[in-house]
Structure formats: C-alpha cells, structure tokens
Design a protein around this ligand. Structure first.
Ligand SMILES: Cc1ncc(COP(=O)(O)O)c(C=O)c1O
Length: 399
C-alpha cells in the first residue's frame, strides 16, 4: 500500500492493527468499526487472567474502568471524573432524559414553566425515543423538520430554541443518514445563554473528527464505542459537564452510584449520598473487558492524533467528492462544505440498489441508508481504495 498521511503511516497502521482489511474495501465505520489488534489483545489478556484467577488482582477491574474513563476524557477534552462508562449511546441519552423528570414534574399543571424539548427530525431513533417517552410526563417534543435531503435546518433549530419554554435540546454531532456535521458551538452559545440542557449524540463523530466539549458548549454527550472508535460491541460512555454533576441525579441510580457502596464490608447501610463524580451515573457492574478494549482503541487514536485522523479521512474522501461533483446524475446528500463535512459520505446515484449491489459484489463493505449509499472510510483506508470505489461506480453507471 503506497498511501501515507502527513502524520502517520497507514500501511504500518494496517499491518500492525488491522491486518485483515486488505481482504476487502471496508468503508462502513458508521455501522461498526473493526477492532484493532491491540484492543483484542487487551481484552484477551483480561479474560485469560479471569480463567486463572490467581493472576487476577483486586485492582484489575477498577484500573480497567479508570483507564477507559481517562481515555474517553482525553478524547473530548474533559476530565475522567466527568465520564460515566456504559454499554452504548442509548443509555447515556436515556440518562439525560431522566435528568428532565424533576423539572417536568414541577411544570405539570403550571403554565409558563418549561416543558419543551427540541429535536431535529431525521435523528437516529436512539436520540428520539427517550424524548418522546417524556411526553407521558408532560413534555412537549418539537421535531423540527429537516431540509429536502433529510439534513437538520440549523436556522429553524435556532429559532425553535428562542422560545421561552425550552427545557432541553438534543442533536447528533453528525447525522447518521446524511453525515451532516452540526455547528455545535453555535448551539452551545444559545443553550448556555438560555439555560437549556444541550444533549449531544456523538457516536457518528468521535473517532473521525476532533470534538472538544468545552468549545462546543455541550452539557451531556453520549457515545457508543462500536463505530468510529473501533471499540468492542457493548462499550460506550456518557460525559456530563462537571458543574452540572452535583445538581443532576440519575433517575435510576445503581448500587455503585453511592459512596457507601465503596466499602464492600458494609453494603447494607444503604447510605444515601451519591458519589460526587460521574460514577454516580454508571449502572452498577460495567463490563471491564469491554471498557479496556475501548480504552485501547481510543488510545491508538490519541497516539495518531485526532487532527491527523480527520485530515487523513478527508484525503481519502477526495476522489469520491471529485467524481460526484463531475456528474449531474449523482445527488450528494452529505453537505460537502468544509465546515459541514464528516466521516460519512452519502450520495444517490441513479439505480441506487443496482449500483450498491455492484459495490458489494466487488467486496466494498458499505450500506444504504434512507435511499442513499453511505460510505464511511476511516483512518485505515486509503485514497487508492476510494479510487477503486469510484471506478466501480463509474462502471456500474455505464452498464
Ligand atoms: C446517531 C446514532 N446514535 C446512536 C446509534 C446507536 O445507538 P447505540 O450505541 O445505543 O446502539 C447509532 C447507530 O447505530 C447512530 O447512528
């Protein structure tokens, strides 16, 4: 493989961490990322020691969790104390929805109190159902229509946020079916100004793009580890802004959410004091081997540099963007403006299903979402692979 990026060598990365990627053209990180070898080794080592428990130490589990919280925190410019480990994106989004229960109960039957939750249409359902469930508590969920290509309309969302009764705003950093990248900082300014809880589903962004929670002005972020972070299935984390943690209690606390549970010799005292950090949001026994695997994957990305990874992804995308721009019959669903681009490229050629079938037959792993082919190349892909995809597309459309 000839391709190199400015800051890391892709051939070496593939050889060391992803040796099987040469067997296909894998462009589907937006569905499920490949597990790097080092992450598999970390998981295997942990599990091997569980087979022979003489080699398993008291600190193995807390250290695995601490390593995962530290890696996740570094990735998003946060503190480990603000990270709650979990199994996916959904649990973190439900946690955020739970934060609103108290305000909604107070607002019940009292006109004028805030009960509106603003969400964009076109969001992945994981970021819609938790808010709809709050309708039973009196919430008014406003789904703001997208544009004709299914992308959020930021001006309309901003206008919705100007209403007096907005309690929370939920948005994906990157949309799953268009790859649209939100201007989080723009929303962060207004939500902070108006004291609106700003919740971000970051699973389609983290690992592909740099994201700093302080710059973005977010309050709660949630992400599974299984896609662009190349972590194990069933790994993930939520981040809650440090200043909010003392005020925000989990709707459903776990037994390990409480300070008194730190002392396993006196568990039945049932002390009422929640832990002061984001561990209060963790749902009891969190899978340590998966947290370790996620930590190892994130550490790999941090070693390479999130900026370098994003630069590399853009370089890989270029042949497809040039090809799509050269054709009148291909609709680019993704907004390809520099500030809007993400790791996801969605486009609609004529005869989408036939064209997609041609790609699949030639060993290109991608998916169709909402009527568009979705390519999600990552830090291990090369521009050569994308040129190959373009050749296949051109041939499919010529036939
Ligand atoms: C934007 C977005 N959120 C969430 C998910 C998945 O949620 P979870 O990690 O809870 O399975 C996906 C994809 O599966 C997604 O694209």
């Amino acid at each position: 493989m000839a391709s190199t990026s400015k800051s890391y060598d892709v051939a070496t990365l593939r050889q060391r961490e992803f040796p099987l990627l040469d067997e296909c053209v894998f462009m589907n990180a937006a569905s499920l990322g490949p597990l790097p070898r080092r992450s598999l080794a970390a998981i295997d080592d942990f599990n091997d020691r569980r087979v022979d428990l003489r080699r398993f130490g008291d600190m193995d589990i807390p250290e695995a969790h601490a390593r995962a919280r530290a890696a996740a925190a570094r990735l998003i410019g946060a503190l480990p104390e603000e990270i709650a480990l979990g199994p996916n994106t959904q649990v973190g989004l439900n946690l955020a929805a739970g934060f609103l229960q108290h305000s909604l109960r107070q607002a019940a039957g009292r006109p004028g109190l805030r009960r509106r939750i603003v969400v964009s249409e076109g969001e992945f359902p994981a970021n819609v159902y938790p808010w709809l469930a709050l309708e039973a508590e009196g919430a008014l969920v406003q789904l703001v229509p997208t544009d004709a290509l299914g992308r959020p309309r930021e001006e309309a969302l901003l206008e919705a946020l100007e209403q007096d009764d907005v309690l929370a705003f939920a948005l994906s950093a990157v949309q799953f079916a268009s790859g649209f990248r939100a201007d989080l900082a723009r929303f962060g300014r207004i939500t902070r100004e108006r004291d609106i809880l700003f919740v971000v589903d970051a699973i389609q962004a983290l690992g592909a793009l740099p994201l700093d929670v302080a710059e973005a002005g977010i309050d709660v972020l949630s992400s599974g580890g299984q896609k662009w972070l190349c972590g194990p299935w069933g790994s993930g984390f939520a981040w809650v802004r440090g200043g909010l943690i003392p005020r925000l209690e989990p709707l459903f606390p776990g037994w390990l959410s409480f300070s008194s549970s730190l002392d396993f010799t006196r568990l039945c005292e049932y002390g009422r004091e929640l832990l002061p950090d984001a561990r209060r949001y963790e749902m009891a026994t969190v899978p340590a081997q998966d947290a370790l695997g996620m930590a190892a994957s994130i550490e790999l990305m941090l070693e390479l540099g999130t900026g370098a990874i994003w630069e590399h992804i853009r370089e890989v995308q270029r042949p497809l963007l040039q090809w799509a721009a050269s054709r009148d019959d291909v609709v680019m669903v993704s907004d390809v403006a520099e500030s809007r681009r993400s790791g996801i490229l969605c486009f609609r050629p004529p005869r989408v299903d036939d064209v997609f079938a041609t790609l699949r037959r030639a060993g290109v792993l991608a998916v169709v979402r909402e009527g568009a082919i979705r390519l999600s190349p990552h830090f291990y892909n090369t521009p050569e692979e994308m040129r190959r995809v373009v050749e296949l597309l051109e041939a499919a459309l010529a036939s």
